[in-house]
Design a protein around this ligand. Structure first.
Ligand SMILES: [Ca+2]
Ligand SMILES: [Ca+2]
Ligand SMILES: [Ca+2]
Ligand SMILES: [Ca+2]
Length: 393
């Protein structure tokens, strides 16, 4: 279709993932690191316990039911962002490991592992760059691939949900704070909010995008697989509703084809067969399935179960587990889930006391009071830090 809006001097946009339910939100508090820029799912603000999984991204340039592009990137447990990091007018999906961001043109090291990260075009030059938030301080970079912040500002309150968008269409992104279903929008990086309005419900997932291509970002809310899109920053009915994907998909926002209109992308995990036992149910609750190995040495000479970043399943040896109690087998499944949380929280697997910490996580997830053999109080403390969405190392 002919595109009639003047081409904006840039593209903003980003959006990050997050999905599903948060059983453990109560331990998360406001702390955790990661909702990223323009998508906020209140049920999934803790990146370690309920961050989405999958490495397949279905990008749709319109609002029909069929996606236009399939992208596979990163591993199943990476945290991802979207943005136009090379300034070609198209957004791409990039992943983050610890404080390193794989932006395509470079691996940018910026901020710290527990920082919340945002993507935006802060200076309006057409290229998105990163910002990180620590407490109520935001450090902005306008220099692609640089590890140094160009500007530091104080913004909102610790624990606020911060969104990014070009609210006034001047080509520069700025922030908004979400408190419940009230949005406080600023078009400059400092000063009081210029616009305050209510939209949707506090429990809604909110997405930010320039849906109509007129240059201004507005909101959409998601309920299940229904998206209610509004083209004005004000209370009022949705301009349109679209159904897309599955409720279990995590949503991303971007202008994938460079037509100046933002649309949806979905992060889809691999299919999980219907669980047939306790181990499979535990895995499924965290986006994984279970495969069985006839040989006990399948993963390593000592491994009973096996977790890998390159796979969306737990590998378990029935041979090795023969004669084990159900509780011990299920502990193994929780242990492997613990490994996925270690990675989500820390972005790496070469952590101190990796196996003992996974056992401490398994204990905590099961609500066990008696620690698993060789789990120390320090392991338990580190497990609590991970369950709160932060890396303890
Ligand atoms: Ca691009
Ligand atoms: Ca820029
Ligand atoms: Ca702006
Ligand atoms: Ca587009």
């Amino acid at each position: 279709m002919e595109h009639h809006a003047a081409r904006r001097p840039q593209r903003r946009l980003l959006g990050v993932v997050v999905a599903t339910i948060a059983l453990l939100l109560s331990v998360a508090g406001p702390a955790a690191a990661f909702r990223g820029g323009s998508v906020d799912d209140p049920a999934a603000r803790n990146p370690a316990t309920r961050g989405p999984t999958g490495k397949t991204y279905l990008l749709n340039n319109g609002w029909d039911a069929a996606h236009d592009t399939t992208v596979v990137t990163g591993n199943h447990y990476d945290r991802v962002y979207t943005g136009d990091f090379d300034g070609d007018g198209r957004d791409t999906v990039v992943y983050r490991r610890r404080a390193t961001y794989a932006l395509g043109r470079c691996y940018q090291v910026f901020g710290r592992a527990n920082d919340e990260a945002f993507v935006g075009d802060w200076d309006g030059n057409g290229t998105d760059t990163l910002a990180v938030r620590r407490g109520n301080t935001i450090m902005l970079s306008n220099t692609p691939c640089s590890g140094r912040a160009d500007r530091t500002i104080t913004y909102g309150r610790v624990g606020d949900v911060v969104l990014v968008g070009d609210w006034d269409g001047d080509g520069k992104d700025s922030f908004a704070v979400r408190r419940g279903n009230v949005f406080y929008v600023k078009n400059r990086l400092t000063g009081p909010p210029e616009l305050t309005f209510a939209y949707g419900r506090p429990s809604d997932t909110v997405l930010v995008g320039d849906w109509d291509g007129y240059g201004r970002d507005t909101l959409a809310v998601r309920r299940g697989n229904a998206y209610y899109v509004r083209n004005a920053l004000s209370a009022g009915p949705a301009n349109f509703r679209a159904n897309y994907g599955r409720a279990a998909d995590a949503a991303l926002v971007g202008d994938w084809n460079g037509d100046n209109k933002d649309s949806l992308g979905l992060r889809r995990r691999d299919a999980i067969p219907a669980p047939r036992n306790g181990i499979e149910r535990i895995a499924a609750a965290y986006g994984m399935s279970v495969r069985y190995s006839p040989r006990p040495e399948r993963c390593s000479p000592t491994a009973a179960g096996c977790f890998g970043l390159d796979r969306s399943y737990i590998w378990i040896s029935n041979t090795r587990m023969a004669g084990w109690s159900t509780a011990r087998k299920e502990h193994t499944a929780w242990h492997e889930v613990g490994h996925s949380m270690q990675y989500k929280a820390c972005g790496r697997m070469d952590l101190p006391r990796l196996e003992q910490l996974a056992n401490a996580l398994a204990d905590a997830l099961q609500g066990t009071t008696k620690p698993w053999v060789s789990v120390t109080p320090a392991d338990q403390r580190n497990a609590r830090t991970i369950l709160a969405g932060r890396c303890p190392f």
